[in-house]
Design a protein around this ligand. Structure first.
Ligand code: FAD
Length: 585
C-alpha cells in the first residue's frame, strides 16, 4: 500500500503509451510509478518514489515462475532514465534486465586519416561527450540496482549474439528515424521475429511520431513549418504526466560468454594522450537536467525568448539553452523539455509563440525530423526531390581555408574555431558560416560544409544538420538568395568591440576595434602595433565579399531559372553547362 504524501499530486501506473502484448511474466514485478510536481524535481537521479517489489501472490504462482524471463534494454540514443518508455517497459515484469550499449568501432576508434582528431565519423569532442554520457548513465543505473553493459563490435551482430546468449524474450529500444538505425533495426528485427522475441520500440526521441504526421498529410511530409504545426497540433502524451524518475530496476542477469566491459576512456579507445582544447560542455543526463533547470527557472527569459533576437556572439553565457547536444544523445527528453516549457507558459501572463519561442525551437526540431524521415536522399542534392540542383564549385583549398579558420574574415574564422574547440555555436553563427561557404561567398557545395559540421558538432544530428544546410544554401525551404549575411557587418552589429573574435582568435586580440572585422584594411603601423601582420600572422581574405557575393547571386539566379524550366530535373550535363557558362565569364 502506498502512503500518499502531501508532495504527490498524482499516483498512477505506467506506461501511458499504447502497450504491446503483455505476458504473464511481465506482471511479476508490478512497478508503481509516482509523479512529482516539477518543483520537486531537484535532482532527478535522487528523487526516487517508486515501489518495485515482487508481488507475493504472483511469486507463488508456479505458472508465472515458469514464464519468468529477462529483457534487453538496448541504449543507442535515449541515454537517460527520465521519460524513457523503452526502459520502463523492459523492466516491467522482467526477472532480469540487461542494459546494453554497443561501442561501434566505426564511430569510436581513431582514424588517423581524418582531418581532425577522432574516428572516421566523429570528432573527439563528441566521442568524449558520448563517453561522459555513458558514465553518467551507468552511475544512475547503479543507483537503481543495475549497471550499463558495454560491448564492442558491429552493433547488429553484437546484439543478436547477446539475444542468443542470454535467452531473453523481450528487446526494448527507443525508435530512431535516422537511416543508419532504420537499416540496423531491419537486421535485428529479422532475427527477433524468427526467434519469437518481443520487440518494444516506442517513439520518445521526438515530440511527435514523424510517421503519424506523414500519414495525416496523405503520405507526404509537410514542407513548411506552419503546415507541420497545423497537422501536429498538441502532442497526445501531454495530457498525462511523463514519468520522470524510477526507483529500482530488476538486476542484470548472468552475462555468460558475452564480452562486457566498463565504459571505456578516450585512452582505452586508442587515442593516447590528446592535447586539445575540449568543449566546456560535459555530457550526461545529470548535466542535461541541471542545464534545463537553470533555463526554465528563469521564467521571464523563457516567456520572452525570441530566437531571431538572440546575440550569436555571446559565449560566456550563450543566448540560447545549449541543450542541443543533450537532445542529440537523448540525455534530455525533448518531451520533458517541452512539458517544462508548457508549465512556465501556464504561469506567466504572456509569452512568445512558435516559430520564435523556445517551444517553437523544439517544434523546428520535430519539423526537420519529419521532413527528413519522409524524403528519400534527404542528405544529398542528387535524387533529393526537395533540393534545388545547383552547380556548386569544388575547391579543396577554399574548403580547407573555411574548415581551418583561414578565410581572412575574423567573424567567420572565430566561429569555425568555436566549432572546432567547443563543438557548439549559436544558431546565427551557424547561419553566417554556412551562408559564407555556399551561396554567400565561396559557392561550395553544402554537402561539404554539412560533412564538416557533422564531424565537429557535439550536437551533430542527421535530420537537423541536413535540414539546416539545405535551408542556408537556399537549396530547399528558403529561397531568398539575395539576402546574404555579410561576413563583416553582421557580427559587428552584435559585438562592435569584437570580444568574440578576440576570444576565439587571440592573434587579433590587440587589433583596434575599427579594424577587427576587416583587419586587412588596418594601416601597416597599426598591424605592427597589434602584433598581427596580415598575410603573415593572419591571412588576407580568400575572396572579397562584395564581388564574390554578387557572383554567387548571379549563379543562383541562373540555376533557379533552369530548375524552374526543367522542373528540377537537371542532369549532370545541365549542371556542367551552367558551371562552364559561369567560368567563361
Ligand atoms: P535553443 O535555441 O535553446 O533551442 C532548443 C532546442 O531546439 C535545440 O537544442 C534544438 O534541439 C532545437 N532547435 C533549435 N533551433 C533549431 C533549428 N533551427 N532546427 C532544428 N532544431 C532546432 N542543431 C542540432 O541540434 N544539430 C545539428 O547538427 C545542427 N546543425 C545545424 C546546421 C546549420 C547550418 C544550422 C544553421 C543550424 C543547425 N542546427 C543544428 C540548429 C541550431 O543551430 C541548433 O539546434 C541550436 O543552435 C542549438 O543550440 P541551443 O540548444 O542553445 O538551441
Amino acid at each position: 500500500m502506498v502512503q500518499a504524501s502531501p508532495l504527490l499530486h498524482k499516483i498512477h501506473l505506467y506506461p501511458p503509451y499504447p502497450t504491446p502484448r503483455t505476458s504473464l511474466a511481465s506482471q511479476r514485478h508490478p512497478t508503481l510509478f509516482l509523479k512529482l510536481p516539477h518543483s520537486f524535481f531537484d535532482d532527478a537521479m535522487q528523487l526516487i518514489l517508486c515501489l518495485s517489489k515482487p508481488a507475493q501472490h504472483l511469486k507463488k504462482n508456479p505458472l508465472m515462475a515458469a514464464s519468468g524471463s529477462g529483457s534487453i534494454m538496448w541504449f543507442r540514443k535515449g541515454l537517460r532514465i527520465h521519460d524513457n518508455p523503452a526502459l520502463e517497459y523492459a523492466s516491467k515484469g522482467s526477472d532480469f534486465v540487461y542494459p546494453v550499449f554497443v561501442i561501434d568501432p566505426h564511430y569510436m576508434e581513431p582514424d588517423p586519416k581524418a582531418f581532425s582528431p577522432g574516428s572516421k565519423l566523429a570528432g573527439l569532442n563528441r566521442i568524449r561527450f558520448l563517453l561522459e554520457s555513458l558514465v553518467d548513465l551507468d552511475t544512475s543505473l547503479k543507483k537503481l540496482g543495475s549497471r550499463l553493459l558495454i560491448s564492442k563490435g558491429e552493433p547488429g551482430q553484437v546484439l543478436i549474439q547477446c539475444l542468443k546468449e542470454w535467452g531473453v524474450k523481450k528487446l526494448c529500444y527507443e525508435h530512431d528515424t535516422d537511416p543508419y538505425y532504420q537499416a540496423l533495426d531491419i537486421k535485428v528485427k529479422e532475427y527477433t521475429s524468427a526467434a519469437g522475441i518481443e520487440v518494444f520500440s516506442p517513439v520518445s526521441h521526438t515530440l511527435f511520431n514523424p510517421a503519424d504526421i506523414i500519414q495525416r498529410n496523405g503520405g507526404k511530409p509537410p514542407l513548411t513549418y506552419q503546415s507541420f504545426l497545423k497537422l501536429a497540433g498538441q502532442p497526445s502524451w501531454l495530457s498525462s504526466p511523463l514519468l520522470t524518475s524510477i526507483s529500482s530496476l530488476p538486476p542484470v542477469g548472468d552475462v555468460g560468454s558475452c564480452e562486457i566491459s566498463e565504459v571505456p576512456t578516450i585512452k582505452d579507445l586508442g587515442y593516447g594522450d590528446i592535447e586539445q582544447e575540449w568543449t566546456p560542455f560535459r555530457g550526461g543526463e545529470s548535466e542535461a537536467l541541471k542545464r534545463l533547470k537553470e533555463s526554465v527557472s528563469d521564467k521571464n527569459w523563457v516567456a520572452n525568448f525570441e530566437k531571431p533576437k538572440g546575440n550569436p556572439s555571446l559565449f560566456v553565457k550563450p543566448a540560447t539553452t545549449v541543450l542541443s547536444p543533450y537532445l542529440k544523445f537523448g540525455c534530455l527528453s525533448s518531451r520533458y523539455f517541452y512539458q517544462c516549457l508548457q508549465d512556465v507558459y501556464k504561469n506567466v501572463q504572456k509569452h512568445t509563440s512558435p516559430p520564435v519561442s523556445l517551444a517553437g525551437q523544439l517544434l523546428w526540431r520535430d519539423f526537420f525530423y519529419t521532413v527528413a524521415f519522409g524524403t528519400p536522399n534527404f542528405d544529398r542534392m542528387k535524387g533529393n526531390k526537395l533540393c534545388k540542383q545547383i552547380p556548386w564549385n569544388d575547391d579543396d583549398e577554399l574548403l580547407a581555408a573555411w574548415r581551418e579558420a583561414r578565410t581572412g574574415y575574423p567573424w567567420i574564422d572565430a566561429i569555425m574555431v568555436q566549432l572546432r574547440t567547443w563543438g557548439w555555436m549559436h544558431h546565427l553563427a551557424r547561419h553566417s558560416v554556412a551562408c559564407f561557404l555556399t551561396r554567400g561567398d565561396l559557392f561550395l557545395h553544402w554537402e561539404r560544409g554539412r560533412d564538416v559540421f557533422e564531424r565537429l558538432l557535439i550536437d551533430s544530428d542527421w535530420a537537423i544538420n541536413n535540414g539546416n544546410w539545405l535551408w542556408l544554401s537556399c537549396s530547399s525551404f528558403f529561397y531568398q538568395y539575395n539576402r546574404i549575411y555579410s561576413p563583416i557587418s553582421f557580427g559587428k552589429k552584435y559585438d562592435p568591440n569584437g570580444n568574440y573574435i578576440r576570444h576565439f582568435l587571440p592573434v587579433l586580440k590587440d587589433m583596434p576595434k575599427e579594424y577587427i572585422y576587416e583587419p586587412w584594411t588596418a594601416p601597416p603601423g597599426i598591424q605592427r602595433k597589434a602584433k598581427c601582420i596580415i598575410g603573415r600572422d593572419y591571412p588576407k581574405p580568400v575572396v572579397y565579399h562584395d564581388p564574390a557575393s554578387k557572383e554567387c547571386k548571379r549563379k543562383l539566379a541562373e540555376a533557379y531559372a533552369l530548375n524552374q524550366k526543367l522542373n528540377g530535373q537537371l542532369s549532370q550535363e545541365d549542371l556542367d553547362n551552367l558551371r562552364r557558362k559561369a567560368g567563361a565569364r
